[in-house]
Design a protein around this ligand. Structure first.
Ligand SMILES: [Cu+2]
Length: 237
């Protein structure tokens, strides 16, 4: 980070005009080899492909859907990204902090970035980002188009073995109602950290096997996630 700020400062210092345009700070990520999140990967050296879908759903949420992004340090991933939504979206890999900074920049001026860690896709378009995750840590895939991040377009990218299980946080809850026919359960639950949701009563999807283990009034510990855009009970104990 320090390095990046320094190189930006130098660029500004050596800019020919005395009044360098601050808006050009977007050039800071051009040297992608300096990025904390890793570096552009080589297409011939891909270890694994992760399919990613960008879309909006009927609940007004915007989503980045994929399998859990648990990545080994040093792995090169081909993200095959399809925009199945009706709006333009993007897919940016970076640290949470840098995404937050860029989000503020984007809010001021919705500029087109052309960095190897990001791709912008029109509705119906698809593309890919090949990325080598050189460093362990928790990163983020996000869409930084104004308002989209807040509508749900961000996803944790965990790099390194110790991160693999960090996602499983059980939440306590009480089953209020079961609608087995519709595959729905109403749960009075504590905060769902992975979904950024406070404690409340909500309806979740659950499959038949899961519902078979449930009864109304039961105290449970569970994990919920978005499956195809719907809040779903994925684990129960
Ligand atoms: Cu978006």
């Amino acid at each position: 980070m320090k390095k990046l700020l320094l190189s930006t400062a130098i660029t500004i210092m050596f800019a020919s005009g005395a009044f360098a345009d601050v808006g050009h700070a977007k050039k800071e990520t051009t040297d992608a080899s300096e990025m904390i999140v890793g570096m552009p990967g080589h297409s011939e050296k891909v270890d694994r492909t992760i399919d990613v879908i960008l879309l909006e759903n009927d609940d007004g949420e915007m989503l980045i859907q994929s399998e859990e992004m648990n990545i080994k340090q040093g792995e090169t991933i081909r993200f095959k990204i399809t925009n199945e939504g009706e709006l333009e979206h993007e897919f940016v890999l970076d640290t949470v902090e840098r995404n937050a900074e860029h989000k503020i920049e984007m809010a001021k001026m919705d500029m087109e970035h052309d960095d190897p860690n990001r791709i912008r896709l029109d509705a119906g378009a698809s593309g890919e980002v090949v990325w080598t995750f050189a460093n362990a840590g928790t990163f983020e895939a996000a869409c930084l188009i104004p308002g989209h991040y807040e509508s749900g377009m961000h996803r944790k990218v965990a790099v390194g073995d110790q991160m693999a299980q960090a996602d499983v946080d059980y939440t306590t809850g009480k089953i209020k109602k079961i609608d087995a026919k519709a595959g729905k359960v109403t749960i009075i639950h504590g905060p769902l950290v992975n979904l950024d949701m406070p404690a409340m009563t909500m309806v979740f999807r659950a499959d038949e096997a899961m519902i078979a283990k449930m009864s109304e009034g039961q105290d449970i510990e569970f994990v919920a996630d978005r499956v195809k855009g719907k809040l779903t009970v994925t684990q129960l104990k």
